[in-house]
Design a protein around this ligand. Sequence first.
Ligand code: ZN
Ligand code: ZN
Length: 349
Amino acid sequence: MTVKAYGAYAGDKPLESMDITRRAPGDHDVQIEIAYCGVCHSDLHQVRAEWQGTLFPCVPGHEIVGRVSAVGEHVSDFRIGDLVGVGCLVDSCRHCEECEAGQENYCDNMVGTYNFPTADHPGHTLGGYSQRIVVNERFVLRVRHPEEHLAAVAPLLCAGITTYSPLRHWNAGPGKSVGVVGIGGLGHMGIKLAKAMGARVVAFTTSESKRRNALALGADEVVVSREAGAMAAQAKSLDLIINTVAVPHDLDAFTALLKRDGTMVLVGVPASPHPSPQVFNLIGKRRAIAGSMIGGIPETQEMLDFCAEHGIVADIELIRAEEINHAYERMLKGDVKYRFVIDSATLAG
Ligand code: ZN
Ligand code: ZN
């Protein structure tokens, strides 16, 4: 069937209203009426063809929440009316080592929610800036938050899991000190989640003006990373750093803040490489620099349940679909606290 969407026909064109086709639900499919879709930085990079391989028309969006409106014959876990979410992936090979381990996000054949080849029209996946999506049941997540929080749940599907997964993998919790570098869409979730896990949280920002906001998000301490003295005071104090900054910067300034055996996890993807880190900064304290990308389906469900239990949602600004191009400009200026979310009801015009 045909539904309304917002997308672009070329990298140098603004997003506009368009009609797209969704498949009829197959035996194992769940059809979802999208209520809200978060706006991720990767949407902007992909739709503007700043990353390689954008397939047009491009309909971005991988922070999707809504209600089930139809299910295939063999779907038993979801019913019409259920509140559900869809994150960054809608399929994978389902039988490799990663898929068997529930780490579908690391499957070599994972299918992203948009811009990945698929059998459906028009030959690649189209994302959540649309009224409806049809997804295999294995990649549909249950939302247990109260319905009035639904719009603010949407960003958990990418920003939430991207920070939750490394916090869990590197054992953030009571007695641990966790640094969060960058207080944007990802960083604001990192602060909330690390705090809820029981860790002491130190937020790092380049801007003094963000201090009060970071404290309000739950940071125990805020450090302006341009201040050498304030950085020196944190030397060898952190067990884990979640670095969300997506522009090239001096990594040594942060690895120096790790304790022995501490790890800095990079989750932001800069368009050009970071300057190479000083090896002595690593070997002198057996420190590590690692990377982490979103999370698998079981862990994403765990994250959603953890957030529902702890009353955690994103801080959002709700927009109408036709405001998306303006929202992108504001995102580039860092003028959003902390995530735009599209009200899908406005897609109809
Ligand atoms: Zn994203
Ligand atoms: Zn696989």
